[in-house]
Design a binder for this molecule. Structure first.
Ligand code: CO
Length: 223
């Protein structure tokens, strides 16, 4: 933002937007101010081209959102874990969507081992996924195809991480209806794709992990 003119433009756009919503539903904001009942939790990339509400055609109040660079889910990230806990235990969302995207700058930087500064430490988690799938990535074809595959593999790994959190494990143990899905978004066509991984129980999580090749499941290796 380079000056107050720019800020004024944003504020004007906001008033226009709020006016258009109350124009068709005068109680819209006063109703929302009292409570939110989102059905979904979205865990996605901070990328400005991947805004959860717009992509899904949802209004404010319909989806709870957590975004970070490269949609990473780490077992010790108090920020992400707090979002998941609040969403599952307080808001009682029914679905958690982990959404990555093709052309992700974070995944690309990790893939190319670019040095960008502090963020390299964060993207180290993406490199870990890459190292677990070296053979599969090499077999994926040209570099562009390898990068696309890494974007997918990264989403699948983070989706598993969500299923492994104590919050989701506890929810499944008490038979709370909760599904975790892995999706990927195409910047070039605006389309969301299901990566074939949805889990609604610890048994499904275990079955998915068991189905993975040994290279991506080091615990099963010979050590
Ligand atoms: Co990204």
């Amino acid at each position: 933002m380079s000056g107050t003119d720019d800020l004024d433009t944003l504020l004007a756009r906001n008033r226009q937007w709020a006016g258009s919503l109350t124009g068709s539903d005068p109680q819209y904001f006063s109703r929302l101010a009292h409570q939110q009942l989102p059905r979904y939790l979205w865990i996605g990339c901070s990328d400005s081209r991947v805004p959860a509400n717009q992509i899904l055609g949802l209004l404010p109040g319909e989806i709870f959102v957590h975004r970070n660079v490269a949609n990473v889910v780490v077992h010790s990230d108090l920020n992400c874990l707090s979002v998941i806990q609040y969403a599952v235990e307080v808001l009682q969302v029914r679905d958690i969507i982990v959404c990555g995207h093709y052309g992700c700058g974070g995944v690309s930087a990790a893939f190319r081992e670019q040095k960008l500064g502090l963020i390299d430490n964060w993207l180290r988690h993406v490199q870990d996924v890459r190292h677990r799938h070296v053979a599969e990535l090499a077999a994926a074809g040209p570099v562009d195809a390898q990068l696309r595959r890494l974007c997918e593999l990264h989403v699948l790994a983070q989706t598993v991480h969500v299923g492994e959190t104590t919050v989701v494990q506890d929810a499944w143990r008490r038979a709370q209806a909760l599904a975790v899905h892995g999706l990927i978004y195409g910047l070039e066509d605006g389309i969301l794709r299901h990566l074939g991984l949805s889990m609604t129980s610890d048994a499904e999580l275990a079955a998915y992990k068991e189905s993975q090749p040994a290279a991506s499941n080091p615990q099963r290796g010979t050590g």
